[in-house]
Unconditional design. Structure first.
Length: 494
């Protein structure tokens, strides 16, 4: 069977061992049809065995459920049955929804169902991991009746105070009411400071908040109430994993206070939430070199000095992009992924917020966070990669598909060449297609979406370097096929 047809409309619902086929057909019949909503499907996924989910998803899609609704169901299923705190591990199935939605735009029709299939499979994986520990199930929403009569401005002030003071139950109760009164951007505007103040769990607080907002922007605010509740539980965890010492906690939160105070009086040309204006790529490269030697406070100070010396927001963000991609180049592991996804999240917040102070604080926090990442990157960098630096990546003469299973250096130079020749769209399509068929876990999607977005955001002169560095973690055609991809191909042959 040709690849174009195996995800098409004619698939039957017969996946799994013959002894269970009758149960699978019954499950499919229960969700098939255009009237099935995300809520119903999310519940069905949570009560279906993991190895039967591909058949369930394919049949629901064949009967009219869109990829967008399938991703919405993945988000709802995750927030309802996966513990949101501490943010990490199982929570990635919720964090990858926005990434999957972003990458679909680069996929041909025959592959566009795969991100939703993969995302729902990861929900099942997270559900199993969660059940192996203390069982989590989001409790029913309840609101103190007294808040119904309070004006918006009063509730918003109270919500901000609850976030500042780490009062989860009160913040959650207010958020339930505010969800019905505010737009997604209006409510997330209030919680951005809580999302960007705390580096602990390697940036995941900002990542989860940003990814949730982007997912809801794409999937609809109607389902946002429980998503916001999940995000709040993660943001207001005062000691994720019980690992941070009181000294470490004080230092990280003090770093936010200092950066927020500096940002209050900082002026940045073109505004930190208007990317791509009057950039200076040479200055970005020089600033990235300087940032490599700076501690967290010094990194923020270097950004502040550059801004006061006339560097615009685009130039400053580009320095952070170079720095984060240099880190994944040296340590192409989950550790190296998080500098890129953290900068992507902070930049997304900076470009979403209408508060210039929040946007400027994101920029300074980004510089400090990359410095906080550096000891972990050094620890995880193999000896043979220590000499790699993003400023040495050049577009090679050889043209071709950078996703072909060649030596990494060749794939780096090919990727840089493709982007340098103005073929970013082809690079994105090749990368997304390979990912959809090869992805093994949530970080594959999170990184690919963040990397492609930041390569598109960076100054064109710097894009080849970022594309080349990204090849350190992006999949290539020599990697094994994803389990979900294999499952669906088998299903297509039935």
């Amino acid at each position: 069977m040709q690849r174009r047809s195996f995800l098409g409309a004619g698939l039957a619902c017969g996946f799994g061992p013959r002894s269970s086929e009758e149960n699978v057909r019954h499950d499919c019949a229960a969700v098939a049809g255009r009237t099935v909503d995300r809520d119903t499907f999310a519940t069905k996924v949570l009560t279906t065995a993991r190895d039967h989910v591909p058949a369930l998803v394919v049949e629901a899609h064949r009967e009219g459920m869109s990829v967008r609704d399938l991703l919405g169901a993945a988000l709802l299923a995750g927030v309802r049955e996966v513990a949101p705190s501490p943010i990490g591990g199982p929570v990635h199935c919720m964090m990858m929804v926005a990434s999957a939605s972003y990458l679909i735009r680069w996929l041909d029709d025959e592959l566009r169902l795969l991100p939703a299939l993969f995302n729902l499979d990861r929900v099942k994986n997270s559900q199993t991991r969660d059940e192996n520990g203390p069982r989590f199930s989001m409790r029913a929403a309840s609101v103190d009746a007294s808040v119904h009569e309070a004006p918006n401005a009063s509730l918003e002030r109270e919500f901000v105070t609850a976030l500042r003071d780490w009062k989860l139950e009160h913040a959650e109760a207010l958020a339930i009411e505010l969800h019905d009164r505010l737009s997604a951007n209006e409510l997330f505007e209030l919680l951005w400071p809580a999302a960007i103040r705390d580096f602990r769990v390697i940036g995941h607080k900002a990542i989860y908040a940003s990814q949730a907002r982007r997912a809801l922007e794409d999937l609809g605010w109607r389902d946002g109430r429980d998503v916001v509740r999940s995000v709040l539980a993660g943001l207001l965890d005062q000691n994720p994993y019980d690992r941070a010492t009181s000294k470490e906690t004080r230092e990280i939160l003090a770093l936010y206070d200092a950066n927020a105070e500096t940002a209050a009086s900082l002026e940045i040309g073109s505004g930190a939430n208007v990317p791509g204006v009057a950039r200076d790529p040479a200055r970005s490269r020089a600033l990235e070199l300087e940032l490599r030697t700076r501690a967290p406070e010094g990194a923020a100070a270097a950004m502040t000095a550059a801004a006061r010396d006339g560097a615009d927001a685009g130039t400053l963000w580009d320095a952070l992009r170079l720095r984060s991609f240099d880190q994944v180049l040296r340590a192409p592991t989950i550790a190296g992924v998080h500098p890129v996804t953290s900068i992507n999240a902070l930049h997304a917040i900076a470009t979403t917020t209408r508060d210039r102070h929040t946007a400027r604080t994101c920029l300074l926090q980004g510089a400090s966070w990359l410095a906080l990442f550096e000891p972990l990157i050094e620890q995880r960098t193999p000896a043979e990669r220590r000499a790699l630096r993003i400023d040495t990546i050049e577009a090679g003469r050889e043209k071709g598909n950078p996703s072909e299973p060649r030596e990494e250096g060749q794939r780096r130079s090919r990727a840089a060449r493709l982007v340098a020749d103005g073929e970013y769209e082809r690079f994105a399509r090749l990368s997304a297609s390979t990912l959809a068929r090869k992805a093994r876990e949530d970080h594959d999607y999170k990184f690919a979406a963040a990397a492609l977005e930041e390569i598109a955001n960076v100054a064109p002169e710097l894009a080849p370097s970022l594309a080349g560095a990204a090849m350190a973690f992006l999949h290539h055609e020599g990697d094994p096929d994803a389990t979900v991809y294999d499952s669906v191909r088998k299903l297509g042959h039935k």
